[in-house]
Design a protein around this ligand. Structure first.
Ligand code: 3HC
Length: 329
């Protein structure tokens, strides 16, 4: 087997189950589901938010999904992403045209935050900037009904800190989705010591309502997956720093030796090197004595150069759109 076909081998194994998962998300259940969330909101339609909005709408559990972006250009971009993903599912026979129409018809795209006021549950997926989130949650806390439960999709910031800004610490949880949201089955549901257990249970049930699998975790850095995954990606980058092995050989090793669908450096490009950098830098600053949190030189150099992986066409690999090319020399 050549190196290139070996690199693609793991992905092929995963393709079938990934598509099966998408199909499972296209059920139409009774309004409100077991969580009793009839109308939900999603804030931020970027890489993660557009996927959350799509899977929530595709589940058929909600009478309405309010998709909010403060600027029209980002709203349009998010809408376009959802439409393309749905069209792909229809073209592959994974979603009927009828369900696709219902899904899109149930989403209200808006730049007006007041449209979120009477939602039962809001998932926030804006960029990982605590100052931005503070302003957002302060505003939401006054805009939304007392009943509205807030959930952040943050991958590395403190849920408890955001809950304080919202003025409703008992009705605040984390719901951490994985990229690509449409295909990845897991969602971590995060509770703080102040989260009302009944609120947590509803958020947990909602995850199952929309066809995902929920796991529960406390408000700890990286929750479960990123606490294990990100340090292992950093170790792969430290191997690059030390020139222990090539990018290609590190990735093939973890695909064929450990059964991972993507090697760690491929995955880092896929996640976005800026996101990886942001997560780790935040941890290094906040927990300087934790030996698992280290910032590799090659990661910093690539981010400084603007080589952020798939999204910029260059990272550890060259990319053409979603198609990965050869490792960068
Ligand atoms: N919408 C609709 N369909 C989609 C889609 C989307 N957004 N994305 C992909 N598809 C379709 C593709 O068209 C393809 O269909 P086809 O086989 O008929 O052409 C099918 O789904 C599978 O896509 P791929 O060919 O790209 O499939 P792969 O077999 O390579 O699987 C994968 C893709 C599921 C992403 C798999 O490689 C994988 O599991 N990789 C690891 C991903 C991972 O670890 N994610 C977590 C990152 S960490 C994170 O998110 C946390 C954050 O906080 C940092």
């Amino acid at each position: 087997m050549s190196s290139a076909s070996a690199l693609n081998f793991g992905s092929r194994l995963w393709k079938q189950s990934a598509l099966r998962r998408v199909t499972q998300q296209s059920r139409f259940l009774s309004a409100g589901g077991t969580a009793g969330f009839d109308k939900v909101g999603v804030i931020g339609l970027g890489l993660m938010g557009h996927g959350v909005c799509q899977v929530a709408a595709q589940s058929g559990v909600h009478s309405s999904v309010v998709a909010f972006e403060p600027e029209q250009q980002y709203l349009d971009k998010g809408k376009d992403r959802i439409e393309k993903s749905i069209a792909k599912l229809v073209s592959k026979g994974k979603l009927t045209q009828e369900n696709a129409d219902k899904t899109l018809g149930s989403i209200t795209f808006t730049t007006d935050m007041n449209a979120l006021a009477d939602t039962d549950f809001i998932v926030e997926a804006v960029i990982e900037n605590m100052d931005l989130k503070r302003d957002l949650y302060t505003g939401l806390g006054t805009t939304c009904d007392a009943k509205t439960i807030f959930a952040s999709n943050t991958s590395s910031l403190s849920i408890g800190e955001m809950a304080q800004f919202s003025g409703r610490t008992d009705r605040f949880v984390g719901v951490h989705f994985f990229n690509p949201v449409q295909l990845m089955k897991l969602v971590e549901v995060i509770r703080t010591p102040e989260t009302d257990p009944a609120v947590f249970e509803r958020a947990y049930n909602w995850v199952n309502d929309i066809g995902k699998v929920a796991v529960s975790c406390g408000d700890t850095p990286g929750f479960i997956v990123n606490r294990l995954l990100v340090p292992s990606i950093m170790q792969a980058m430290l191997m690059v720093d030390r020139a222990d092995a090539s990018v290609k050989d590190i990735d093939i090793s973890m695909q064929l030796g450990a059964g991972h669908p993507m090697g760690p450096l491929h995955l880092a490009d896929y996640i976005g090197l800026d996101t990886c950098y942001f997560i780790v830098q935040g941890w290094v600053d906040k927990y300087p004595n934790e030996p698992a949190f280290v910032l590799p030189k090659c990661l910093k150099a690539k981010v400084d150069a603007g080589d952020l992986g798939r999204k910029t066409g260059k990272g550890f690999y060259n990319w053409e759109g979603d198609k990965r090319g050869d490792p960068v020399a």
